[in-house]
Design a protein around this ligand. Structure first.
Ligand SMILES: NC(=O)c1ccc[n+]([C@@H]2O[C@H](COP(=O)([O-])OP(=O)(O)OC[C@H]3O[C@@H](n4cnc5c(N)ncnc54)[C@H](O)[C@@H]3O)[C@@H](O)[C@H]2O)c1
Length: 361
């Protein structure tokens, strides 16, 4: 490694460069090009939005999972339309990003003719950030919702072990004069990829977010094995709702029976389920009126009196919109270990990311 790389604390990678790199490497591994494109776009968009836990840092893990055939590079999807507004997609162990986008395409198509479209997905894999899908729906003047279950990590309320996963949900709706409103959240205080990032960076976790294996609350990222639900039993209930949509409804395993992303053998298929909904706004309200009213609602909230004058009142999606603006110009920052993992892949495949910027902070 060159001296300037060794001195740098962070490396900024232009979004387009890393997106082509990810796509090219996946295509070299014989991944069907549309799927490679969705994985690359999904990871890069997520990083641009500042959600580093589910962005490009996951690429080396995805590549390992692909090589071990946890992920099928050339899946044969089977879609069954089950009513004018519903369908089931068997994703044949595709990349979650590709399976999710195929389901979203179907949900939008169903909504166009029936008013709303709802698609469940079975035999999928990790789909990254839930926002990638709901935002795609919101681009079509529809309300988008996306859900996935995940492997067991959330401490059961009043229990001493985890059962449910960090099961995230996303709700996105189009808004006048700015990007869609977008609430995208795990049902645990933290998602587990943030714990891994904190371990790598030797940082403590925020208090009250995780426990050790005996259920004792700790901020030591190295000792955290269980994550606490948001809002205690209410978050636990919300996670259970998502589990019902993604496993009971799809026939996929639930809770502790789900293959762990990191702990199980990398060749073991994950058999994850997802659920997507697209709701046409014009079936309820004139689209222009809806977008205008939503903008007014968000503006009214942002203009509420501040408790601390230096801290803005924000609505869900605001931090990600700010990050998107900044990173689209400056590039996506990665830590030195994350960069080293990418350097290894560049050497292995003989593909270059191109010019990057080195930063000391
Ligand atoms: N695929 C999986 O298995 C899986 C599992 C868990 C989480 N995830 C993904 O991880 C990502 C991160 O999830 P998270 O729960 O850690 O996110 P987070 O806690 O950073 O943010 C959650 C939501 O709160 C909003 N928010 C943040 N700060 C705010 C503020 N000051 N005021 C108002 N709103 C604010 C954000 O805009 C976002 O919509 C998501 O994209 C999620 O889909 C994926």
């Amino acid at each position: 490694m060159k001296t300037k790389e060794m001195k740098a604390r962070r490396i900024n990678i232009p979004a387009q460069a890393i997106e082509s790199f990810i796509r090219d490497v996946l295509v070299m591994e014989k991944v069907v090009s549309s799927a490679a494109g969705y994985v690359a776009r999904g990871l890069v968009n997520t990083s641009l939005r500042g959600v580093d836990s589910h962005g490009i840092r996951l690429f080396p893990h995805y590549l390992r999972a692909l090589k071990a055939r946890r992920i099928n590079p050339r899946p044969k999807y089977k879609f069954t339309k089950t009513s004018p507004s519903t369908g089931v997609l068997d994703a044949d162990h595709a990349f979650g990003h590709a399976a999710g986008m195929e389901a979203v395409r179907r949900a939008i198509e169903l909504a166009r003719s029936a008013g709303s479209g709802h698609v469940s997905v079975k035999n999928s894999s990790h789909f990254g950030a839930a926002a990638f899908y709901a935002l795609e729906i919101a681009k079509r003047d529809m309300i988008g919702m996306s859900f996935t279950h995940a492997d067991s990590l959330m401490l059961t309320h009043n229990g001493k072990e985890p059962f449910l996963g960090t099961n995230p949900l996303c709700f996105a709706a189009p808004c006048e004069g700015e990007g869609p409103f977008c609430l995208d959240m795990a049902t645990t205080m933290l998602n587990f990829n943030k714990v891994i990032q904190s371990r790598e960076r030797k940082l403590d976790l925020p208090p009250g977010t995780g426990t050790d294996k005996d259920g004792n609350v700790t901020t030591d990222a190295g000792r955290v094995t269980n994550l606490l639900p948001i809002g205690q039993y209410k978050g636990f209930g919300l996670s259970l709702m998502i589990e019902i949509l993604c496993s009971v409804l799809t026939g996929m395993p639930y809770g502790k029976k789900i293959t762990s992303m990191y702990k199980d053998p990398i060749e073991k298929r994950r058999r994850l389920g997802h659920f997507f909904s697209a709701i046409r706004i014009d079936c309820f309200e004139d689209v222009g009126t809806f977008k205008k009213r939503l903008r007014q609602l968000l503006t009214d909230i942002r203009n509420e009196p501040r408790k601390c004058k230096d801290t803005a009142v924000q609505v869900a999606g605001d931090p990600e919109k700010a990050s998107f603006r900044e990173r689209s110009v400056k590039g996506i920052p990665v830590s030195l270990p994350e960069w080293e993992a990418l350097v290894k892949i560049q050497k292995e495949y003989g593909v270059s990311i191109g010019k990057v910027k080195y930063a000391k902070t």
